[in-house]
Design a protein around this ligand. Structure first.
Ligand code: HEM
Ligand SMILES: *[C@@H]1O[C@H](CO)[C@@H](O)[C@H](O)[C@H]1NC(C)=O
Ligand SMILES: *[C@@H]1O[C@H](CO)[C@@H](O)[C@H](O)[C@H]1NC(C)=O
Ligand SMILES: *[C@@H]1O[C@H](CO)[C@@H](O)[C@H](O)[C@H]1NC(C)=O
Ligand SMILES: *[C@@H]1O[C@H](CO)[C@@H](O)[C@H](O)[C@H]1NC(C)=O
Ligand SMILES: *[C@@H]1O[C@H](CO)[C@@H](O)[C@H](O)[C@H]1NC(C)=O
Ligand SMILES: *[C@@H]1O[C@H](CO)[C@@H](O)[C@H](O)[C@H]1NC(C)=O
Ligand SMILES: *[C@@H]1O[C@H](CO)[C@@H](O)[C@H](O)[C@H]1NC(C)=O
Ligand SMILES: *[C@@H]1O[C@H](CO)[C@@H](O)[C@H](O)[C@H]1NC(C)=O
Ligand SMILES: *[C@@H]1O[C@H](CO)[C@@H](O)[C@H](O)[C@H]1NC(C)=O
Ligand SMILES: *[C@@H]1O[C@H](CO)[C@@H](O)[C@H](O)[C@H]1NC(C)=O
Ligand SMILES: *[C@@H]1O[C@H](CO)[C@@H](O)[C@H](O)[C@H]1NC(C)=O
Ligand SMILES: *[C@@H]1O[C@H](CO)[C@@H](O)[C@H](O)[C@H]1NC(C)=O
Length: 352
């Protein structure tokens, strides 16, 4: 290699490394809205805690909404976008259909935030704060939510179909799903602990109740007492998709009972029980340690939530601050830019 090209390569490498550092570090901050929306956290807390008075499940639903946002092209509010001529909503993807809750509460938060701080706070950041408030209202940990995300200009129903883990996934499939987001097995076990509150529909675990994996028998890793309870809630060939608590002991509390449930074969979803019942898996000792130590679970949960909240975020001048979370801004800069480019192309074409 000639010395000149070696220098060029070195400079390019240094630039790439610098750019890489910017991508991973120079982004979100807990004080992002300190000057521009100092009451943001209080506004979100007030709307969500008010909603929780009539809907004790809302904190869980909002936490899940942030997860379903982050795993699909990053934490960019894409899950909130409704169907339009150009958007195929993620809300209609298999993991979300008839399952997402809290979209109306997010809109109520946004309305209250726009009242105090117009055109300033992204919907993606509102989801991140609402998830933390959901944890706190359930008695779980609080943390300084990193902020400064911007909202996407599009959505991907295709990615929502493929990137979100399914409740019938094995440990290897769960590991692969999380690894694709830069999350490891510790994050998997920790974040699955969110199933310490909230509900699930029969359709998400009925595969375990009657003929698991085409064996003609129930899932052998399901506690037989719990099995009988669940079979009563979810009869075969039922016409109604009943719901039940993800945590049979403390349904609305954010605590570490999720892990002691797993130790007693009382995990609701196959994806939950796999973490403890897969012989020799690296997840088993983690389940045992979180079951024994709620403080350790909470500390890990904060770390993994912040890690998840950093996935694929848009910052700086990327994306936009939506004024209504269900729609991209009319005539946003991107739309104008595209329209402008298109008309210039047309003019050039016409002038030739
Ligand atoms: C590990 C892979 C995961 C799978 C397979 C999974 C699957 C599911 C399923 C099937 C439901 C029930 C949905 C319904 O029936 O409508 C559910 C509920 C829930 N999930 Fe997960 N989940 C996973 C990870 C997570 C993570 C990482 C979080 C958050 C950090 C989370 C938070 C929740 C919450 C809070 C609920 C209850 C929501 C409500 O009551 O509205 N889950 N999950
Ligand atoms: C932002 O506000 C918080 C809480 O009021 C305060 O602790 C922090 O010092 C402020 N940070 C900046 C950079 O202003
Ligand atoms: C509080 O919740 C009730 C419904 O439960 C709603 O009608 C009301 O507008 C909410 N108030 C605020 C300030 O969010
Ligand atoms: C967005 O779609 C949801 C259904 O997914 C609907 O309930 C809601 O009213 C729509 N929002 C708006 C602002 O049209
Ligand atoms: C959404 O926009 C991003 C950024 O412009 C782009 O990379 C991605 O391919 C788009 N996704 C869809 C489904 O159009
Ligand atoms: C997502 O899955 C649903 C249900 O299978 C299907 O109807 C829809 O076409 C899928 N969407 C995309 C974009 O692949
Ligand atoms: C989890 O997935 C990662 C990435 O694909 C892989 O390197 C690792 O070996 C997997 N771990 C286990 C325990 O399967
Ligand atoms: C399902 O059965 C197949 C063999 O038919 C087996 O390889 C696989 O491990 C089973 N899956 C579970 C989750 O038990
Ligand atoms: C459920 O439906 C299947 C066929 O669709 C039938 O073989 C089975 O007996 C039914 N089970 C019950 C409990 O009705
Ligand atoms: C579940 O749904 C069935 C109908 O499919 C209903 O008869 C039953 O009462 C429901 N059970 C519970 C516990 O909600
Ligand atoms: C099944 O669950 C009950 C509590 O609900 C527990 O006492 C029992 O030990 C569990 N059985 C097994 C095999 O873990
Ligand atoms: C997994 O991620 C956590 C942070 O969420 C980190 O502390 C831990 O070292 C990672 N584990 C491995 C094996 O990389
Ligand atoms: C967006 O621009 C189009 C064309 O210039 C115009 O017809 C429409 O009213 C604008 N919409 C909004 C919300 O400003």
């Amino acid at each position: 290699m000639g010395s000149m090209s070696a220098v060029v390569v070195a400079v390019l490498c240094a630039f790439a490394m610098h750019a890489g550092l910017l991508v991973t570090n120079a982004q979100l901050s807990p004080t992002f809205y300190n000057e521009t929306c100092p009451t943001l956290n209080d506004i979100v807390f007030n709307v969500v805690s008010n909603a929780s008075l009539t809907d004790p499940r809302i904190g869980a639903s909002l936490l899940r909404l942030h997860f379903h946002d982050c795993f699909v092209q990053g934490c960019d509010g894409s899950v909130l976008l409704n169907n339009t001529d150009t958007i195929q909503s993620e809300q209609d993807a298999i993991p979300n259909l008839n399952s997402l809750r809290g979209l109306d509460v997010v809109n109520n938060i946004k309305t209250a935030v726009e009242d105090s701080c117009p055109e300033t706070v992204s919907c993606a950041d509102i989801l991140a704060i609402a998830a933390e408030v959901g944890s706190v209202l359930g008695g779980g940990p609080s943390w300084d939510v990193l902020l400064g995300r911007r909202d996407s200009l599009n959505a991907s129903q295709a990615l929502a179909n493929t990137s979100l883990p399914a409740p019938f996934f094995t440990i290897d499939q769960l590991n692969a799903s999380f690894a694709a987001q830069g999350l490891n097995l510790t994050d998997l076990v920790t974040l699955s602990g969110a199933h310490t509150f909230g509900r699930a529909r029969c359709s998400t675990f009925i595969n375990r109740l009657y003929s698991f994996n085409n064996t003609g028998n129930p899932d052998p890793t399901l506690n037989t007492t719990y099995l009988a309870t669940l079979q009563a809630i979810c009869p075969q060939n039922a016409t109604v998709d009943n719901i039940t608590n993800l945590d049979l002991t403390t349904p609305d509390q954010f605590d570490n009972n999720y892990y002691s449930n797993l130790q007693q074969l009382n995990g609701l979803l196959q994806s939950d029980q796999e973490l403890f019942s897969t012989t020799g898996a690296d997840t088993v000792p983690l389940v045992n340690s979180f079951s024994a130590d709620q403080t350790a679970f909470f500390a890990n949960f904060v770390v993994s939530m912040i890690k998840m909240g950093n996935i694929g975020v848009l910052t700086g001048t990327d994306g936009e601050i939506r004024t209504q979370c269900n729609f991209v801004n009319a005539n946003s800069s991107a739309t104008l830019l595209l329209a402008g480019v298109a008309s210039k192309v047309n003019l050039v074409a016409q002038s030739k």
